[in-house]
Write a protein that binds this ligand. Structure first.
Ligand code: GDP
Length: 541
């Protein structure tokens, strides 16, 4: 083969990768529990032709449940593998919707999932506005400047004034808003929305909505289309809406501006609008920063990272599915990928592709796609996989947990087994594990109590080890790092770690952490050790 044809072939491969990457839209839905995430997911899947009936997601999905339900779910874990990624096609694009757990005790899972998306839909309950979990999840999106499309849901119920809701988003999240639509009434009087982009009225109608094209908000036909007096209310509303900035694609994609849609997921109203907005504005996979260099999606060589691990149903085999977000190149069935952390070669013989219509095994996947790779505990969260290049993606975050418990083992003969269990469950991201420098029993860190219950029940069921948890006096931890990477600073770090070995530990990746009993104590340490950094967030590698 002469040189020209080789380069021509490469061009073709690259342009196919560019084209396939260009039509991927990978996103997640962020919401406070009960705002309507599940209902909206279902409606989106209906529009994408991925499911036929409403209720399909609810039947399978991870709903907020009582504790015993969660235990049951943990036993039926295979189910949540199926709903973790939902792929559907719409308007010529391939949408990958990554699911996030509903319960806030599992919010770490959500944070990690957000590291694998290119956009997010923020669902807000029209009667409640911004709630605690909305804000937390938004802050995680902000860390990565993820563009956000906002859906104000439940307009078919009594809602707060649109202006009040928009102001709240703008002020509490410090995010510019631009209403893409403006609602007419709410609750029993909810008649529909005015589309500010194409000047049409979308009216609530049998089975969804009906579109009426107009010349603008002054169009007299509005009064005939809306209930008596609502036309004037709408025109007033439109005046108010005009104080907000115009939609600006660059500003949206930088995560500074959110277009806001009003609707009712339950009634299927406003959902197509939202999806059209996503199709039009949400970005395709973009270049991603790795330690060695920045990786462009259209590159021919494959790169990706693992952001989630899911244990399989079969407890005897300890099979696990690692979710790989592809960042560049094409993944072919049967490929061998390099696990950069260890240098191992990982065969990808039966990647799971998640096309929600049916679990078909596709032959290939592209940037923006997520595939499941079955493995026996080799892959862990944060792993980068490549065609051979040694680079690591950053950005799968670990947050300093606030619930810290000492693991107590009833039978000391099982210490080795416990160690293995904790290692594997930390790989999966079920808990964070810390090993105190004084050699005492390991400490686990979680966001919520439910995680502890899941941990002990899994260690019992899968490893046959009974553990309990002991309270500690610690209320926080920080990863401790040097400011510079020189030997002097490392000596300072070692000195710091020796000051109180019982309050220092190593995390799962052997990175040093310090435990603190109070904010005051932590601040004092920060003051006394100015050469060191005390970090509440760590990006895994
Ligand atoms: P999630 O916890 O965010 O997944 O919320 P769900 O989708 O499960 O919805 C929570 C509750 O709100 C359920 O009872 C839904 O039927 C209801 N719901 C969701 N969307 C709407 C809506 O647009 N209007 C009304 N009236 N109820 C809704």
């Amino acid at each position: 083969m002469d040189r020209v044809s080789v380069s021509e072939q490469m061009d073709t491969a690259t342009s196919q990768t560019a084209a396939e990457a260009g039509r991927r839209r990978t996103f997640a839905i962020i919401a406070h529990p009960d705002a309507g995430k599940t209902t909206l997911t279902e409606q989106l899947l209906l529009l994408g032709g991925a499911i036929q009936i409403a209720g399909a997601v609810r039947a399978k999905g991870e709903r907020r449940r009582t504790r015993s339900d969660w235990m049951k779910i943990e036993q039926d874990r295979g189910i949540s593998v199926a709903t973790s990624v939902m792929t559907f096609e719409y308007a010529g694009q391939v949408f990958n919707l990554l699911d996030t757990p509903g319960h806030e005790d599992f919010s770490e899972d959500t944070y990690r999932t957000l590291s694998a998306v290119d956009a997010a839909v923020m669902v807000i309950d029209a009667a409640k506005g911004i709630e605690a979990q909305t804000r937390k999840l938004f802050e995680v999106c902000r860390l990565r400047d993820i563009p956000i499309v906002t859906f104000i849901n439940k307009m078919d119920r009594e809602a707060r004034e649109p202006l009040e809701l928009l102001d709240e988003i703008e002020k509490t999240l410090a995010l510019d808003v631009t209403p893409a639509t403006w609602p007419v009434g709410s609750g029993g009087t909810f008649a529909g929305v005015y589309d500010r982009h194409d000047n049409s009225l979308r009216l609530v109608a049998e089975g969804g909505e009906r579109r009426e094209a107009l010349d603008g908000p002054e169009d007299a036909r509005i009064d005939g289309l809306l209930p008596h007096g609502q036309g004037d209310v709408l025109r007033e509303g439109m005046e108010l809406a005009s104080v907000y900035p115009e939609f600006d694609l660059a500003s949206f994609r930088e995560g500074h501006l959110t277009p806001v849609y009003f609707g009712s997921a339950l009634r299927g109203f406003g959902v197509r609008h939202l999806l059209d907005g996503l199709a039009q504005f949400a970005p395709p996979p973009s270049a991603r920063r790795a330690d060695a260099r920045t990786v462009a999606p259209e590159e021919e060589k494959l790169t990706g990272f693992v952001f989630k691990i899911q244990a399989n149903t079969d407890l005897n085999h300890r099979d696990r599915v690692a979710f790989l977000r592809i960042c560049s190149g094409r993944l072919r069935k049967g490929a061998r990928l390099k696990q950069v952390r260890t240098g191992k070669s990982i065969p990808v013989n039966a990647p799971l592709f998640f096309f929600a219509k049916e679990r078909q095994v596709a032959e290939e996947a592209w940037p923006g796609d997520v595939v499941g790779i079955a493995n026996h505990g080799v892959l862990r969260i944060g792993d980068t996989l490549t065609d051979g290049e040694a680079l690591n993606f950053r950005g799968v975050p670990s947050f300093a947990p606030e619930i810290l418990r000492r693991v107590r083992l009833d039978d000391p003969m099982l210490a080795k087994k416990l160690r293995k269990a904790l290692d594997q469950l930390a790989d999966e991201g079920v808990v964070q594990v810390f090993r105190p420098l004084d050699g005492s029993q390991p400490v686990v860190g979680v966001v919520g109590q439910l995680q502890l219950d899941v941990l002990s029940s899994r260690i019992q069921a899968e490893y046959g080890v009974h553990i309990t948890f002991e309270n500690t006096s610690w209320s926080s931890l920080r990863w401790v790092a040097t400011k510079e990477d020189g030997p002097q600073d490392r000596a300072v770090l070692d000195r710091f770690l020796r000051t109180a070995p019982s309050q220092m530990a190593e995390d799962h990746d052997n990175e040093p952490v310090a435990f603190f009993t109070s904010d005051w104590g932590r601040k004092r340490a920060e003051e006394e050790w100015p050469q060191l950094r005390f970090l509440a967030l760590r990006e895994q590698h």
